[in-house]
Design a protein around this ligand. Structure first.
Ligand SMILES: [Zn+2]
Length: 242
């Protein structure tokens, strides 16, 4: 998946005139060494949390005609969202990083343990059970991931809708209990990634389908409309493929 970024030096010199995006390939760290069309070099981190990028990978897989790959990315998105919540809410509540890392290693490789930790996190801090994926969607995911089922577009979009509903419901729950603390959680997550580079980096935001700020404001997410938008992006920017 390609990501379009801005060269800040070009922006300062020319404003938005003659804007040409820098096209980079998404990676696990969401950290990019960029050289713009005018030769400026810079280091950039995108602010979006990993689960938003994973969902976007799924949307791009659908645009390219691969529903099966979309299902696995959507499923990874939700598991990573659980991990994000476990880590960031724990840190926000005063757990230190070393203790968190020591505890996480007991569940890092087992998604069912992470799911249990996520449920207990909600019960302990928010006093209620979180919203989880429906049984129908869990069954669908398992057929795709474990039984080699090749899904169609409509059922993959329905699965994506369920993922969106699950993430947005829990985010609104967090906003209700944490208030502005939720904004601080998202900000501190990408600042920590930027700081870990030990060099001067810029941070930029990219548009995503499940942008957290939109979800907590109850913005409607229409996956079919979003697929058309992603197709148009590819045409407008002559999105390269390889
Ligand atoms: Zn430049």
């Amino acid at each position: 998946m390609k990501v379009l970024l801005t060269c800040m030096e070009c922006l300062q010199e020319n404003g938005s005139r003659d804007f040409r995006p820098v096209v980079v390939t998404v990676n696990d760290e969401r950290f990019f060494k960029m050289t713009c069309p005018n030769g400026h070099q810079s280091l950039t981190i995108i602010q979006q949390p990993k689960h938003e990028v994973l969902f976007e990978l799924g949307m791009n897989a659908l645009v390219d005609g691969y529903p099966r790959e979309a299902v696995t990315s959507f499923a990874s998105c939700l598991e990573n969202f659980y991990e994000f919540c476990i880590s960031q809410v724990s840190l926000d509540k005063g757990v230190d990083r070393a203790s968190l890392d020591a505890g996480w290693k007991y569940m890092a490789k087992q998604s069912e343990r992470q799911l249990g930790a996520f449920v207990m996190l909600w019960l302990n801090y928010f006093g209620s059970a979180p919203t989880l994926l429906s049984d129908k969607s869990r069954g669908f995911r398992n057929r795709v991931v474990h039984q080699a089922y090749i899904p169609g577009l409509d059922e993959t979009l329905a699965f994506g809708d369920d993922i969106v509903a699950c993430v947005s419901s829990n985010l609104r729950d967090m906003k209700h209990h944490l208030g502005d603390g939720l904004d601080a959680i998202f900000t501190s997550e990408f600042i920590a990634r930027a700081s870990s580079q030990n060099q001067r980096v810029t941070t930029q935001s990219i548009p995503t389908t499940i942008d957290w700020a939109g979800l907590i404001q109850n913005e409607t997410v229409n996956l079919r409309t979003r697929l058309e938008d992603i197709k148009k992006d590819k045409v407008i920017f002559q999105w390269p493929k390889f």
